[in-house]
Design a protein around this ligand. Structure first.
Ligand code: ASP
Ligand code: MG
Length: 419
């Protein structure tokens, strides 16, 4: 068994879907599961739809849904031409289902409502792609992740129930020995069969779940980049491809914020030593990156991870006392309540400082909460640079001309807060 994952960019229009069929023809030998995301920016559009329903903004709701529908109908027309009626009426049914929601009251459980609707982006894309693959002569079967991936009841961030999921997937795969299984990334279900999602960009993780549960030989993630690069080309001019890295290194890179692969993806694969290939759907014959057990090549090329727009917040006890366990406990309770994700932290005798993404924080609210017991200072518009396998020369190059507010090092990694 092998698992292919196609993300939103790889199925963003009819041309891209045709390319998926080409890739299957040339590279999809043996038993195959394909995990597919919603087409292009569909998930973002569905987020707008759910919010406009909640806020009873009918104009925005209708406009966004119409645009979304039109885009998918155009893809269907292009792919199926005269034979588009069957698949088109299926998608019209789903669009009508979303449309009908606006008449109903929004329940007070936003996350629940979100999952029931936002998951439909993947349902739509997989219906279209399955129909197209069948049209091309593949024995593709549309397979419902809402019946295969079991999670707990944490909507928008479902935690996988591995035992149940393995049983469900194994049974399903055994029942379909001659099919290409086409399923939705990002989507799961509760024990009561309500739909859940696994968190934004969660389709990579779905591929790992299917691979784990079927003891797959390998997973391939098809992307619009040649593989895993040693930095984001948006921020770094001379990027190079990492040909081979270890699971351990991939987990570290994902942890520090490299956004090529969803961070939860690696663990299940590492657990069963299933190699992960990251390859370009634009150049499917090229090597790409292999992520596997062997750590030999990990330190050959330094990797850079840039996080812009960082806030550095420092918290000090108001009574001139030291930062001790009891104050840390209070600070962390407050950060948990305010849903803050810490990118870096450090403390001295009298202050505790941490770095977080400015866009993910409600700054005034957070400061108000912390100020009940502490004095708070902050610094805006900073950059956090993480360098794996650094050397002095690289540090000089990266920090050149910038003020350095904080740094942390271990043998492999240096993290710098720059202004
Ligand atoms: N469609 C979902 C998202 O955009 C899941 C994914 O693409 O991985 O977040
Ligand atoms: Mg995506």
């Amino acid at each position: 068994m092998q698992v292919f994952k196609f993300g939103g960019a790889s199925v963003k229009n009819a041309q891209a879907v045709k390319n998926v069929a080409e890739i299957l023809k040339n590279h999809g030998s043996g038993r195959l599961i394909i995990v597919v995301s919603a087409m292009d920016k569909t998930t973002n559009a569905l987020e707008v739809i759910i919010k406009s329903w909640q806020q009873r903004n009918e104009a925005l709701f209708s406009e966004t849904l119409e645009e979304l529908a039109a885009k998918h109908y155009a893809i269907i027309d292009d792919l199926f031409g005269m034979k588009s009626e069957g698949i088109r009426s299926k998608i019209e049914g789903i669009i009508a289902e979303i449309n009908g929601k606006f008449q109903k009251n929004f329940s007070d459980n936003f996350d629940y409502e979100y999952d029931q609707i936002v998951s439909l982006g993947e349902v739509i894309s997989t219906k279209i792609i399955t129909a197209y693959l069948q049209e091309c002569g593949f024995d593709a079967v549309w397979s419902d992740a809402r019946k295969l991936v079991r999670t707990d009841r944490t909507f928008r961030n479902g935690n996988v129930d591995w035992e149940a999921t393995e049983r469900l997937i194994r049974n399903y795969v055994n029942d379909h020995p001659n099919n290409i299984i086409v399923t939705q990334g990002f989507v799961g279900h509760t024990p009561e069969y309500f739909t859940t999602t696994l968190g934004r960009e969660g389709s990579d993780y779905t591929a790992a779940i299917f691979a784990f549960c079927t003891d797959a030989e390998k997973v391939t993630i098809w992307k619009d980049v040649p593989g895993m690069l040693n930095a984001d080309p948006k921020y770094f001019r001379n990027t190079v491809k990492l040909d081979q890295i270890s699971f351990k290194e991939a987990i570290e890179l994902a942890y520090y914020g490299a956004s090529v692969i969803h961070p939860k993806t690696i663990k299940p694969l590492q657990n069963k030593s299933i190699p992960l290939y990251v390859k370009s759907f634009l150049n499917p014959g090229a090597e790409g990156t292999i992520i596997q057990e062997n750590t030999e090549n990990d330190n050959k090329i330094p990797s850079y991870i840039f996080k812009k727009n960082q806030l550095l917040i420092s918290v000090m006890p108001t009574d001139f006392s030291f930062i001790a366990e009891s104050s840390l406990q209070k600070i962390f309770r407050c950060l948990t309540e305010e849903n803050v994700t810490i990118n870096l932290m450090q403390n001295s005798a009298v202050s505790f400082s941490f770095l977080a993404d400015a866009e993910k924080i409600q700054l005034e609210k957070l400061i108000a909460a912390l100020s009940r017991e502490f004095k708070v200072r902050y610094n805006e518009n900073l950059e956090l640079v993480t360098i794996r396998h650094y050397n002095e020369e690289i540090i000089k190059e990266i920090t050149g001309g910038k003020q350095q507010l904080m740094s942390q090092t271990d043998r492999q990694t240096i993290r710098l807060v720059l202004k």
